[in-house]
Design a protein around this ligand. Structure first.
Ligand SMILES: [Zn+2]
Length: 81
């Protein structure tokens, strides 16, 4: 499974809160480029406007936080090179 934006291999999927394997409709954030994606039938796809609209506000905030953290982590990694 690869990121739809940066094509990084994303092979370790664990829920932030649950540790469960993701199921269809679950959201994920790429740890390399912070792209927001949705699991769909064993693949990652871009979320539609409708997908985002259906998200509870708290979840959307958590995803945006995850995107920020991924970005900060990436910056730190780039600086240490
Ligand atoms: Zn990516």
């Amino acid at each position: 499974m690869n990121c739809i934006r940066c094509t990084a291999e994303l092979d370790r999927h664990e829920g932030v809160n649950t540790g469960d394997k993701p199921k269809d409709g679950d959201f994920t954030v790429c740890g390399y480029c912070s792209e927001l994606m949705v699991f769909d039938d064993g693949e990652l796809i871009a979320p539609t406007e409708a997908d985002l609209d259906e998200l509870p506000a708290g979840i959307l905030l958590n995803l945006q936080k995850a995107q920020e953290i991924a970005g900060e982590f990436r910056e730190k990694c780039n600086k240490s090179r």
